[in-house]
Design a binder for this molecule. Structure first.
Ligand code: GDP
Ligand code: MG
Length: 359
């Protein structure tokens, strides 16, 4: 938005801590916002919202989706003729803010494409065991007045930077910041599948788990107390059979509830890394939090701290242009070395062990 322009807020993207902070400042759906000062390339941008002025960094403003009043007027001329302008504007905002971007993330062969087909009515090829092309497919559906835009992402076991698939998924989550992640988990193989879930939890996104292939679990005579499991992990879980479409309505209803912040099972948990590792994460996360307004807002500081300790190439690429990078880097190197000396294993191995321990 340029200086003097006004708009209405549709949604706030980014990790949970960021969204809460921004919404507490008054940047919530339906509120009118006006730009008091936006000097190109200069931080901060000054906005007027609910009769007071507030400054945001560009990195923060980027995560707030709006419809400008100019844009709205154009659209209003084309739709709903014969109604009062305010009524039409309200309808338009209502319609626009009910678009939910959903990313399907899960292990290879966990049924992502089957679920994608079941939701969007597409007929993408399923069961592609080899020769995976690294790309994403888009599908659409409408449910209870909400428009879902679903992206079928490549299968991954983790979110480290080592395979093209993992890098692709992480970039997608960082750059497209989906509103809700649907994590497909094979119900009969929780131990391995939940590893990726713990990786996703670290990103503090809005997320639900689709407990897929529930038919196979039932056929084996087993059952999962998914209600409690979901509460414990802070991630609502819905049993589904992607191949037959069973549970899809419940799944979409849960996506809506999570998107609207109305599912009381949602809670952000920190997966504790044990005293030795936590003593390394905390000073680094605190140093990052001191600059939190400037940092990329897709992922939380604790996650960035963990990745710096791991010497993760993708996060380094994100952070190395900051003036404080050298300071963060030296804390990370010192702490990674200390952890290695004390535990006799590198940070990455320690993280993986703690996560499996948690699972
Ligand atoms: P993707 O690799 O995650 O995209 O997984 P696919 O959708 O290609 O599915 C992998 C295999 O699991 C295919 O053979 C599917 O037919 C099968 N599958 C998917 N969903 C279900 C389900 O709910 N129940 C059962 N029994 N099989 C399923
Ligand atoms: Mg697939």
């Amino acid at each position: 938005m340029r200086t003097g322009e006004s708009a209405t807020i549709l949604k706030v993207l980014g990790h949970g801590g960021f969204r809460r902070r921004i919404m507490e400042m008054g940047f919530v759906r339906g509120k009118k916002v006006e730009v008091v000062l936006n000097a190109p390339l200069h931080d901060p941008i000054v906005y007027r919202i609910m009769d007071y002025e507030i400054s945001l960094r560009r990195s923060e403003a980027r995560m707030i989706e709006v419809i400008t009043h100019e844009e709205a007027e154009q659209l209003l001329d084309e739709q709903w003729s014969g109604e009062a302008t305010e009524v039409k504007l309200e309808r338009l905002i209502n319609q626009r803010s009910k678009r939910i971007n959903v990313a399907l993330v899960g292990n290879p062969n966990s049924g992502k494409t089957s679920l994608f087909n079941a939701i969007s009515g597409s007929r993408e090829h399923v069961g592609n065991y080899s020769g995976v092309t690294v790309d994403a497919k888009r599908g659409y559906c409408t449910h209870r007045g909400y428009r879902f835009e679903i992206t079928d992402l490549p299968g991954t076991y983790a979110l480290t930077a080592y395979t093209p698939e993992e890098l692709y998924v992480r970039r997608h989550l960082a750059e497209h910041t989906p509103d809700v992640i649907v994590n497909t988990v094979v119900a009969s193989n929780l131990e391995r599948n939940l590893y990726l879930t713990t990786e996703l939890i670290d990103l503090n996104p809005r997320m639900i788990v689709a407990l897929n292939m529930y038919d196979e679990l039932e056929a084996s005579g087993a059952a999962i107390d998914y209600e409690n499991l979901g509460r414990m992990m802070g991630v609502p879980m819905v049993p589904v059979v992607a191949r037959s479409g069973r549970g899809i309505e419940q799944l979409l209803d849960t996506v809506i509830a999570v998107y609207e912040n109305q599912d009381e099972r949602v809670r952000h948990i920190h997966i504790g890394q044990g005293p030795v590792v936590e003593a390394g994460i905390q000073p680094l996360a605190n140093a990052l939090r001191d600059s939190r307004n400037e940092l990329p807002q897709a992922f939380p500081p604790r996650y960035l701290a963990m990745k710096l300790l791991e010497n993760d190439a993708y996060v380094i690429e994100q952070l190395n242009r900051y003036p404080k990078y050298a300071e963060w880097r030296s804390i990370a190197e010192r702490e990674a070395q200390r952890i290695k000396n004390q535990l006799g294993e590198d940070v990455e191995t320690a993280f993986a062990n703690q996560k499996y321990g948690f699972i």
